[in-house]
Design a protein around this ligand. Structure first.
Ligand code: CMC
Length: 451
């Protein structure tokens, strides 16, 4: 009998402009039964390697299965870079540490969206646009009255961002650069106005209008904390800490909320609709909602006087179902650089403002115990961005139910940048994963009287 010749399928063209395939062996071979499929290898600018399986099913009948997408590159992107083994985060090539030290949130936002640091003129123009669009349409303002007083601010935020689509139909399909700029500035500016207004509504205070003379962060604090009979003077240290906090949250490659924004954008949905979906994804406790869960844990430990050692023992006992919130990360298997910066900020801010927060001591103790424990060491579990951010926000006077909202304000420029990257991709296809069906095989309908 003649041996069956392997059926070698040649690689299709890769449509990723900055990615390379200049390895000694630019293809991978996958053996599926008697068929050998050659798959292109894509190499990123930081030498990330990926096997391009986009034509695998077409050539072999197989799909890949990767629940939770831990091994799936959903796109090529040039916005942020994470090396989880070394604890590196860069926005558009610049280390997060440098941006945290030298930049402002507004400058970082422009940089993420447009890819280069802005010139003085570009920055001035962007600030002008943010100020121009800081107000909400009165129709949007009226919508706040429709929410119950204690509505979760993340629910309100998502609903209000989506509702912006109703009030700005002219920018829903930004064809040219200036319309896009105006849409991006509107969203980044209004997200802060909406957030502060939702807080004011939740505590029964009148909504405070933005003040065009204030910077982005000062203005947010003004809208949060001014009351009609008591103006608020933002402390310089708090303004700086807020800038830093927002910079640290501004982008983080293909996390859950950003992937959500990209997926919604891939259908052609507008910027507001896509980012409203991002807010919903961020809300969950395994993602942005972890910053609330961390403070709740620390507060519970403080009030109940449970020894952090005993709590860590509970976390290690899988039957407890408890996780140490603010620990662990899908990508970082070493320190999250944002957590390191925030730990130092928490120390500095509390000492400058002369705040003695017992929760900081508990957090430090938990970290110390966890980092020496083999459960955490073996699983490479380190503090993530959410571990110390709540303590910083508490010191700034921000209420706990606004913590994830602050994350959303910070992440908005990243979402905008990713939305733009999807929209500008000439090879764009709708995101539409496959599945392995595990339900019933063919069966007949049974009339109700026979069931
Ligand atoms: N506490 C205790 N055990 C943990 C933790 C934790 N925080 N995180 C992971 N593990 C264990 C997990 O039980 C598993 O153990 P085993 O191998 O024995 O089954 C192992 O570590 C791997 O965990 P995983 O769930 O497969 O990891 P993942 O990559 O799917 O999840 C994570 C990543 C961030 C969702 C997870 O680490 C976690 O739930 N952390 C707590 C929530 C949190 O802080 N989220 C914020 C993430 S960073 C900012 C953001 O994205 O918003």
């Amino acid at each position: 009998m003649k041996p069956v010749q392997p059926d070698v399928v040649s690689p299709p063209q890769v449509s990723t402009s900055a990615a390379r395939t200049d390895l000694a062996s630019p293809t991978a071979q996958l053996q599926l039964g008697d068929k050998t499929v050659q798959l292109p290898i894509v190499v990123g600018t930081e030498n990330d390697r990926a096997v391009d399986i986009s034509h695998l099913r077409e050539h072999s009948g197989f799909i890949t299965l990767d629940e939770g997408y831990a091994n799936t590159g959903a796109c090529c992107s040039s916005i942020s870079y994470v090396d989880g083994d070394k604890g590196i985060l860069r926005y558009r090539g610049i280390p997060i540490e440098q941006l945290a030290e030298h930049s402002t949130f507004v400058e970082t936002a422009w940089f993420l969206i447009y890819g280069e640091l802005p010139t003085a003129d570009q920055l001035r123009n962007f600030r002008r646009l943010l100020t121009e669009h800081e107000m909400l349409h009165e129709g949007l303002h009226n919508m706040f009255n429709g929410f119950p007083q204690h509505a979760p601010p993340m629910a309100t935020l998502s609903a209000m961002i989506n509702a912006c689509s109703c009030y700005h139909p002219d920018i829903l399909a930004p064809e040219d650069r200036s319309t896009f700029e105006s849409a991006a500035a509107r969203l980044i500016s209004k997200v802060r106005t909406i957030a502060a207004a939702s807080y004011k509504t939740s505590i029964g205070h009148p909504i405070v209008y933005p003040n065009p003379k204030l910077s982005y962060c000062e203005n947010f604090l003004h809208m949060m904390f001014t009351i009609p009979n008591q103006p608020y003077e933002p402390d310089e240290q708090i303004v700086r800490a807020l800038n830093l906090l927002l910079i640290l949250h501004a982008d983080h490659e293909q996390n859950c909320s950003t992937s959500t924004v990209r997926m919604v954008a891939s259908s052609g949905a507008n910027l507001f609709a896509s980012c409203a979906a991002g807010v919903c994804a961020l809300w969950g406790p395994l993602h942005g909602g972890a910053n609330v869960a961390v403070i709740e844990t620390l507060d519970m430990l403080h009030k109940s006087k449970i020894d952090p050692k005993d709590y860590i023992a509970k976390v290690k006992d899988k039957s407890s179902g408890i996780r140490l919130m603010g620990f662990g990360h899908r990508v970082y298997k070493y320190y999250d650089p944002r957590a390191q910066i925030l730990r130092a900020v928490a120390d500095k801010l509390l000492s400058t403002l002369k705040i003695n927060d017992p929760l900081l001591d508990i957090a430090r103790r938990l970290e110390e115990i966890a980092l020496q424990d083999s459960y955490f060491k073996d699983r490479h579990l380190y503090p993530n961005v959410d571990f110390y951010s709540g303590i910083v926000m508490r010191a700034m006077g921000l209420p706990v139910n606004m913590f994830t909202v602050l994350f959303a304000i910070g992440r908005t420029p990243g979402w905008v940048a990713h939305w733009k990257e999807v929209r500008d991709n000439v090879h764009k296809r709708i995101d539409r994963p496959r599945q392995v069906y595990i339900g019933h095989t063919l069966r007949d309908y049974i009339p109700v009287e026979m069931r």
